[in-house]
Design a protein. Structure first.
Length: 613
């Protein structure tokens, strides 16, 4: 018989995770908001088609699979959007009873089960979706439990503010993070707000490659900036103790979860061969940002932000780092920065900040990277990208906040935007005009002059404010994942190196404008404009008139680009409707595939920037 240790020698079971945020009041508030968002965004993407219920067109009904129905009030907005009032949603078991027989309804998970045929969900998608929405609700409840007022948020630094954001405004399951346990979520998510120290790896040159530009063109230059002398010495000593030559290894930080869940299981042969050597954590503490795989160095803000693969399924994709694009990141940075630095308008007039991805280490998996049919997440397991830090690039008195923060509303109902406008001392329309003047000119100039677009969604676009909280300029990050260029060749592309040309995605001019329309206008301004009407008294029509005026002002500034304004037509009567929730519900679901999925296109919507003659 096997002998087991005595009770006193047995390993004590870990304490159960405490979850004070999971209480009825917090859960119900989060659930009501999610159901309203679900109805609004599914209706916007025409997954569902609510029917008008009252003559004034403000109340709608939606029949369910079981013969019951939901009724709710909603405000219609630009791009055909819906803004559903969470407190108005009611359920009737008999549609003919109408309001007299209805009761409040707040459960988005129950809605899924009662509307699965209406939503066109198969069993596998429904099962995974319930899980992803439940974990999103859990994160929302945690955010509610620790929420600050808008005034308190306005005093936070850039990296700290990220931990209070509520996630993608368009995607319903925006914090699913499939792969994380509850303990993982309590440690590594932005809303956990727990600084972490990252362990490092040494990876043999046999399987790893370094790329860098500018002041970090060589690995030694990067490590001299990122690691103290004693830390670098300890890494070298650890390798020598194993009989290994430090000069034949690259160093990179690694996410602790990724090491445990993916790297050790799938790189075990490389560990056994000494090609992968675990090292201690460096002393710096870092905060996970909204992208969850990106860490800002809060101990040393002058040091780079680091982006690491994290093989969890969140929003549309697995959050790894594609090897080919990681290799190319510094070269893409070098080209894009060259456009900015050689253009007086971008460099001097706009003062646009481009947070370059200036260094990378990629690690090849000996099998997966050579199997084209393998699901893409197996080719994105190990690597690192170092991005230029934001704070050293700000002028004295300036502060920065992601564009997404402008959509935030605190528990008392006050929006973050309203707080900033009040602090600025400007009228709302003047403040909004300053916001559009900071954001649009650099984005439009990259598009018109260089046939190049970023994806300026709420997380990638950063608003820089002066000491009075007035928007003054734009900062942009995430080049390699979100830069696209015109498929129609332009003379300005002549400076593009072949390795950059090979890696950057291309789109026809008519679709290239979608990155601004969908990333900025549909993805942010569609939600900001009704918020400004409610809290600032700026009618939605006036909001969009200010946006259009800034575009026309840019056209007047560069009359020599008239043909480009027509080629990249931002003012066209209609644009294609990109759909982010349809991808999960109907196209890709939760199945594995060899290539990363993309947003679905479903019909078209009226462009609020078009004014007919």
């Amino acid at each position: 018989m096997p002998k087991y240790p005595a009770h006193d020698d047995a390993t004590e079971p870990p304490a159960l995770l405490d979850t004070p945020e999971l209480n009825r009041a917090a859960w119900d508030r989060a659930a009501a908001r999610m159901l309203a968002k679900m109805l609004g965004e599914f209706a916007y993407e025409e997954v569902i088609e609510p029917a008008p219920h009252t003559s004034d067109g403000s109340t709608y009904t939606l029949g369910l699979d079981d013969g019951g129905s939901l009724s709710f009030t909603a405000r219609r907005g630009v791009y055909g959007s819906w803004r559903v009032d969470p407190d108005s949603i009611r359920a009737a078991e008999n549609p003919g009873l109408r309001d007299a027989g209805s009761v409040p309804f707040r459960d988005p998970l129950l809605f899924l089960t009662r509307a699965r045929r209406l939503l066109g969900l198969d069993g596998a998608t429904l099962g995974h979706l319930v899980r992803e929405l439940t974990t999103t609700l859990t994160a929302d409840a945690r955010l509610d439990h620790t929420a600050l007022t808008a005034a308190e948020l306005a005093d936070l630094g850039y990296a700290e503010l990220e931990g209070h954001q509520t996630g993608h405004p368009w995607i319903v399951a925006n914090k699913g993070r499939l792969g994380f346990s509850a303990t993982d979520a309590s440690r590594y998510t932005p809303e956990a707000r727990k600084p972490v120290r990252l362990p490092w790896l040494a990876v043999s040159h046999r399987i790893a490659a370094y790329r860098g530009v500018g002041a970090v063109a060589t690995p030694g230059q990067l490590y001299a900036q990122e690691l103290d002398t004693d830390v670098r010495a300890s890494f070298a000593d650890a390798l020598r103790a194993r009989g290994l030559d430090p000069d034949t290894y690259h160093y990179l930080p690694v996410h602790p979860w990724q090491w445990d869940e993916w790297i050790v299981p799938l790189f075990a042969p490389a560990i056994a061969a000494g090609d992968l050597v675990p090292l201690p954590a460096d002393p710096d503490v870092r905060l996970p940002q909204q992208s969850i795989r990106t860490f800002a160095n809060v101990a040393r803000p002058d040091r780079h932000t680091v982006k690491l693969p994290l093989s969890i399924l969140n929003t549309l994709v697995w959050r790894g780092l594609p090897t080919e694009r990681t290799v190319a990141a510094p070269a893409v940075t070098d080209w894009v920065l060259g456009l900015r630095d050689n253009d007086p308008f971008l460099r001097d007039t706009c003062g646009v900040i481009l947070l370059g991805e200036v260094a990378s280490v990629t690690v090849e998996h000996p099998l997966y990277d050579h199997l084209p049919e393998t699901p893409y997440q197996f080719k994105e397991i190990l690597g690192a990208i170092w991005r230029e830090p934001l704070l050293p690039r700000l002028a004295p008195g300036e502060r920065a906040r992601t564009l997404a923060s402008l959509l935030h509303t605190d528990p008392r109902g006050r929006s973050f935007t309203a707080e900033l406008v009040a602090r600025s001392g400007l009228t709302p329309t003047v403040w909004l005009s300053r916001l559009f003047a900071a954001l649009l000119p650099p984005l439009l100039h990259f598009l018109y002059r260089y046939g190049t677009v970023f994806s300026p969604h709420g997380e990638n676009a950063i608003v820089v404010f002066d000491e009075q909280d007035v928007p003054v300029r734009l900062a942009i990050k995430d080049f390699v994942d979100d830069v696209n260029v015109s498929a129609q060749p332009l003379p300005e592309h002549g400076t593009m190196p072949s390795d950059v040309r090979r890696i950057l995605l291309t789109e026809e001019p008519a679709f290239l404008t979608q990155f601004i329309h969908s990333g900025l206008f549909t993805g942010v301004f569609r939600f900001l404009s009704p918020l400004c009407e409610e809290q600032l008294g700026v009618p939605e029509g006036e909001f969009w008139s200010l946006v259009r005026a800034e575009i026309l002002r840019h056209h007047a500034r560069f009359p020599e680009l008239k043909e480009r304004f027509e080629m990249f037509d931002m003012l066209t009567p209609r644009i294609e409707r990109l759909c982010l929730n349809r991808n999960r519900l109907h196209l890709d679901g939760y199945r594995d595939r060899p290539e990363r999925p993309h947003a679905a296109v479903h019909g078209s919507v009226a462009n609020p920037l078009h004014v007919s003659a």
